[in-house]
Design a protein around this ligand. Structure first.
Ligand code: ADP
Ligand code: MG
Length: 543
């Protein structure tokens, strides 16, 4: 295995090489469904009324150099993260406190919590819970000589996307490494790149399949199915389709349907009796009804999906049903940035107070020493991935953070985050003081302040909408995790399945703050692992 890349990696391309690679990559992407629906700014609804057109996902021409040590660190931490978030989701008291701390100024979180309370009153009909998680990281390096480490950007518990496209991106780069790079004027010979195997779609699908089995036999006369709960007008549809096809891949014969969130009440109802089985009647197949075993949500993570009270009714309807939810409301709340902050903020007196992680990981009786040691290691591994995150509430830590956030100089190294998912919600650097001053102090507690991670930039070329963009880029690694557990247990007991399930590398130009591929800022990438941890060519070549 090579541990260093060629000094000129990734090589500069001649004009004709660029032309050829655009041709090769766009056709490979179309042939393999490395695609999205085109943005309306590129193809208008009038031009494509049936939505028949697709376009290649923005993608790097070369896999970006990424330190092996960091990639391994993320992979190793994932099972511990799965266990941690299962345990948080099981800890209603902790989550109730989180919601209280976020406060009434955040209607979205307040409404979500109300859904949980209402179902709890009646009693949950399903105790199994499925998590298809993704933990996102950036590389942090204190000095050029120091070993790089990964620091967590965020942990996703709902609609963790791109598992369907990332394994395809890994496959594209492998194809190019075998067939194209050796032909360049500055050739990269076969075997010079270390490209890890990435089975993200298969791994995530395995979680859905396991939940489908764990649901048991249908209790009604109807066959079981899986529902993908989606947004109207979704552009990232092929990412989801790849996952559907993996769930349906032989030898399994699992019916999978896409249900728009806005159609929940029209197309589903609960069975008669106490079991609250969720029954789904596909509108285009009027003779068929299915009992829904698993609801996999690729929607419902932001206020946009809940335009009125009936949308909240629909979420409640799903939550109280017997279907296994991915995620449940509790797991969704566990994924808030406030939880991430509470986990990352050290106790005010670390000498006398234990880490909050102790509450979720480790021995419940304190007698099993082997388990305690294992827990200590696990907690240490998780803590190594944390960066500084502060509350903005009235606490002592909150007061300190407020001083940083309002200071024109110190705020330059921070990002302010609300309790939202899906990109485009954060406030960066110099925009922070003005933003905070524009709202009542009573609302500040709904935000967290996070130190910006500044990875060593690398160099790459992105193919976006048929054009090549060359320059400095920043990479974000996502590690997928799949976990199925029983909500009635505590501290991560009751786990039926816990797997690390492949990775995502997302890359953006080093001038852009956000990294969402669908939002048009970032692109898909894969890792060319470099040993020793020092990403070659860092920082030197900007175009
Ligand atoms: P969302 O839930 O909207 O995806 P994230 O917390 O993942 O919110 O932030 C969106 C993007 O902003 C990230 O993908 C990353 O590119 C950038 N970002 C967020 N937090 C940090 C940070 N601490 N350091 C550097 N970049 C960050
Ligand atoms: Mg994110």
């Amino acid at each position: 295995m090579p541990s260093t890349l060629p000094a000129n990696y990734p090589p500069d391309l001649t004009a004709s090489e660029s032309e050829r690679l655009v041709e090769v990559v766009k056709d490979w992407a179309a042939a393999h469904g490395l695609s999205v629906r085109p943005p309306a700014t590129v193809v208008s609804a009038e031009t494509d009324p049936v939505g028949i057109l697709s376009t290649a996902v923005p993608v790097t021409i070369f896999p970006s150099p990424f330190p092996q040590i960091c990639y391994d660190q993320g992979k190793v931490a994932q099972k511990a993260y799965n266990e941690l978030y299962a345990a948080i989701s099981q800890d209603e008291e902790f989550l109730a406190q989180i919601v209280k701390n976020i406060g009434d100024s955040d209607d979205f979180i307040t409404e979500l919590w109300k859904v949980h309370l209402k179902v709890k009153e009646e009693g949950y009909a399903q105790h199994l819970s499925l998590g298809l998680f993704r933990s996102d990281y950036m590389v942090h390096q204190t000095t050029p000589e120091a070993d790089p480490q990964i620091k967590q950007v965020e942990f996703n518990t709902i609609a963790s996307s791109f598992g369907g496209l990332s394994y395809q991106t890994s496959a594209l780069h492998k194809y190019l490494a075998i067939n194209e790079y050796a032909l360049l004027e500055q050739p990269i010979s076969q075997g010079q790149l270390t490209l890890p195997t990435n089975l993200s779609a298969r791994g995530l699908a395995a979680g859905i399949k396991q939940a489908f089995i764990a649901y048991g036999h249908s209790a009604t006369p109807h066959p079981k199915c899986v529902i993908f709960l989606v947004q109207d007008g979704e552009r990232n549809v092929y990412d989801q389709r790849h996952l559907e096809y993996e769930v349906q891949a032989p030898p399994s014969t699992i019916p999978v349907f896409r249900l728009p969130f806005s159609q929940i009440k029209q197309q589903t109802h609960l069975a008669e009796g106490d079991g609250r089985q969720l029954l789904f009647s596909p509108p285009q197949l009027p003779k068929h009804t299915f009992e829904v075993a698993v609801v996999y949500m690729r929607s419902g993570y932001g206020p946009g999906d809940y335009p009125d009270a009936s949308a909240w009714e629909a979420r409640y309807h799903i939550e109280r049903s017997a279907a296994i939810k991915c995620p449940s409301v509790l797991t969704q709340v566990a994924g808030t940035k406030k939880v991430q902050q509470v986990l990352a903020t050290p106790p005010s007196d670390p000498m006398s107070e234990p880490s909050i992680l102790r509450r979720f990981i480790g021995s419940d009786d304190g007698r099993n020493t082997r388990r305690i040691h294992h827990a200590d290691d696990t907690i240490a591994a998780l803590q190594r991935t944390f960066t500084n995150i502060y509350p903005l509430d009235n606490s002592t830590a909150g007061q300190k953070a407020r001083a940083i956030a309002l200071d024109e100089d110190r705020c330059q190294s921070y990002v302010l985050k609300p309790q939202r998912e899906g990109g485009g919600n954060n406030i960066y650097r110099s925009a922070i003081p003005g933003f905070l001053k524009s709202m009542p102090e009573a609302h500040w507690g709904a935000y967290i302040l996070m130190e910006l991670i500044t990875p060593p930039p690398v160099h790459n070329t992105i193919l976006r909408l048929g054009k090549l963009e060359q320059g400095g880029v920043i990479c974000e690694l996502g590690i997928y995790g799949t976990c199925l557990w029983d909500q009635r247990e505590k501290q991560g007991h009751g786990i039926v399945m816990n797997e690390q399930s492949g990775y995502l590398l997302r890359t953006k130009g080093d001038k852009s703050e956000e990294g969402g591929v669908a939002a048009g800022f970032g692109c898909m990438d894969s890792c060319a692992l470099v040993g020793g941890g020092h990403a070659k060519n860092s920082g030197e070549r900007h175009v």
